[in-house]
Design a protein around this ligand. Structure first.
Ligand code: PEP
Ligand code: MN
Length: 334
């Protein structure tokens, strides 16, 4: 349920109402925007008399929220959420590039790529240390050593780091990691989501390859229900009947998620297409459709990459992509 107070509401009357609602065991969430304040209620509102609340002097309107997600709902929180990562902002008009290799392979590889993507405009460095691979015989990532090398690259370049957590047991290793990525395969690992909800770390939540947008938002809700509002949603392509690309990039996810939620939406054109040559056109399309950022796989030597070389672009190609995307941003859908 949401309550919209009158524009020139009396603060003490509103305080009384909030106290009364809390006394009924409801969690009260206040969102103060430039033009409107919204009071969101979480909990069992079935016993709240909607007509009684509507009749109060201080109240303009009351609405029941039909959707099963509350914290992530835009009706609850009309203005865009801006996630702060160190000094970097994402969302609410702040577009960012996250770039780096699929996996961290060595110190010189990650530091070299970090410097190159920073020079091209990336504000965050990606790199997998724990890799979810289809085959148990494929490279599984450098694990703890990979995180150590990412932190080394962060010290060298100042770029905050984004890396995937696959299991709750890995959490102590992520203490200095700036953004924890939850991969497509773990989008519905609810125990992991609940644990991440107890932290204040920004979370990059990737859409499961066969998940609906509502399921993605419900997974964000798990994190937010625990008290962590720093969630960035990521569309990375879904499974369809099409076989010419690794996945099918659902660009509709951008406007749809933005109307459902107030969270930033980032696009991953690398996993969505699976081919380096399609990464730039899809990046331009995503920027035009109103995405808040891109997460792009960049490798200095894609042919010899230990993971996802086929879809990785070179630092030079990334520089050209970033330059072109910047030109589109002033015309992007709002
Ligand atoms: C990745 O970002 O390297 C990755 C494994 O992504 P996804 O979970 O989207 O497959
Ligand atoms: Mn990858």
């Amino acid at each position: 349920m949401i309550i919209i107070p009158k524009r020139d509401y009396d603060a003490s009357q509103l305080e009384n109402l909030i106290g009364w609602l809390k006394g009924r065991g409801l969690e009260v969430h206040i969102s103060k925007g430039e033009n409107m304040t919204v009071i969101g209620l979480i909990g069992d509102t079935s016993k709240v008399d909607i007509d009684l609340i509507r009749s109060l002097d201080v109240v303009e309107d009351v609405k029941r929220i039909q959707e099963p997600f509350k914290n992530a709902n835009r009706k609850f929180h009309p203005q865009d959420t801006v996630v702060h990562i160190g000094g970097v902002k994402i969302g609410g008009g702040n577009f960012q590039f996250i770039a780096g290799p699929c996996s961290v392979e060595s110190e010189s590889q990650i530091i070299g790529i970090a410097k190159a993507v920073k020079a091209a405009g990336a504000k965050l460095l990606r790199g997998g240390a724990f890799k979810p691979r289809t085959s148990p015989y494929a490279f599984q990532g450098l694990r703890g050593e990979g995180i150590r090398l990412l932190l080394e690259a962060k010290r060298e370049t100042g770029l905050p780091i984004v890396t995937e957590i696959m299991d709750i047991s890995q959490l102590p290793l992520f203490e200095e990691v700036d953004v924890l990525q939850v991969g497509a395969r773990n989008m519905q690992n609810f125990e992991l989501l609940k644990e991440l909800g107890k932290t204040k770390k920004p979370i990059l939540l990737k859409r499961g390859m066969s998940s609906t947008l509502q399921e993605l938002v419900m997974s964000a809700e798990y994190i937010m229900a625990g008290g962590n509002e720093n969630v960035i949603l990521c569309e990375r392509g879904i499974r369809t009947f099409e076989t010419s690309t690794r996945n099918t990039l659902d660009l509709c996810a951008i406007p749809v998620l933005k109307s459902m939620t107030h969270l930033p939406v980032v696009i991953d054109p690398s996993h969505a297409t699976g081919y380096a040559k399609y990464v730039k056109p899809m990046s331009l399309a995503a920027a035009a459709a109103g995405a808040d950022g891109l997460i792009v796989e960049v490798h200095n030597d894609p042919q010899h990459a230990l993971c996802d070389g086929q879809q990785s672009i070179t630092p030079e190609a990334f520089a050209s992509l970033a330059e072109n995307v910047e030109k589109i941003l002033p015309f992007a859908a709002k």
